[in-house]
Design a protein around this ligand. Sequence first.
Ligand code: HEM
Length: 161
Amino acid sequence: MEAQPNRTIPTLYEWAGGMEKFEAWTELFYQRVHQDSILEPVFRSMAPEHARHVAHFIAEVFRGPDQYSREEGSHYEMIHKHLGKHLTETQRKRWIELILDTADTIGLPDDPEFRSALVGYLEWGSRLAVINSNEESVSEPVDAPMPTWGWGETGGPYIPS
Ligand code: HEM
């Protein structure tokens, strides 16, 4: 018999506070990006819907609604958006620093379990973004599934003693 998901364990999406929280997070993050000397040139001509799309993408990866892949893009298209951008490690590090600082500002959960999962995902995704940005084509199939992310080794969520 197939194992049933344990309904008593919230998803990272639920634990983070739902879609409004993801949208508030990326909106403020990209406002800050436009004032940052390292990242501003990278995102100077970004699409107006970029911040919302990134919110919806991460929310879906964290097992939230499938809004991004249903209405806005796909895993293939997300990779495609990074092609040829030639992102550097300096830009990636700044991106990580700023998005985590914004997570604090808007009050994403700061318990050890959630932050372990969040940092793990952002490190993984941002390093793939840099690798993909130095490619000229997407090696994944067009219908590649969206990645999903869970609590990882800590088994989360945080339960106060
Ligand atoms: C976990 C890490 C990341 C995720 C989940 C992510 C997600 C996305 C998504 C979903 C898009 C497409 C947005 C749309 O459809 O409008 C996108 C585009 C883009 N991303 Fe990322 N990204 C990540 C890391 C990075 C990093 C580290 C950089 C640069 C330092 C970067 C630079 C860009 C740029 C320049 C675009 C194109 C923006 C535009 O022209 O509209 N990304 N990303």
